[in-house]
Design a protein around this ligand. Sequence first.
Ligand code: HEC
Length: 92
Amino acid sequence: MKTLISTAVASLCCVALYSCASIDNAEHYATTGEKLYAENCYGCHREATTLDEPKEFIHKTIHYGGKIMPSFEESLSEAEHQQIIDYILKQR
Ligand code: HEC
């Protein structure tokens, strides 16, 4: 019985630690733009410094996509487009 209780306590601790880790992860991003970039763009483009096109061009590309790049017209709001662009421009 004692073992069962300590196992239960140990599992609870793991769950608590795990949730703290996820919260830390969310706070790892300084801005929403950085988080959105990490979630939507980093997988293909890696560091935002690789994107050195003018602001308007980046906006158009996010909105309409490219030959291979998907369009974010449906999945990202206008405000989110702007937050990502601000983040990319700040990396220059
Ligand atoms: C599935 C992979 C993929 C994702 C996700 C993606 N891109 Fe792209 N992106 C590409 C490819 C490939 C190109 C080259 C044009 C083409 O053939 O589509 C490109 C082109 C671009 C360009 C034009 C400059 C260039 O390098 O050709 C910009 C700017 C850009 N992407 C920004 C973004 C941003 C910002 C996001 C996130 C909202 C994003 N991309 C998400 C694959 C991706």
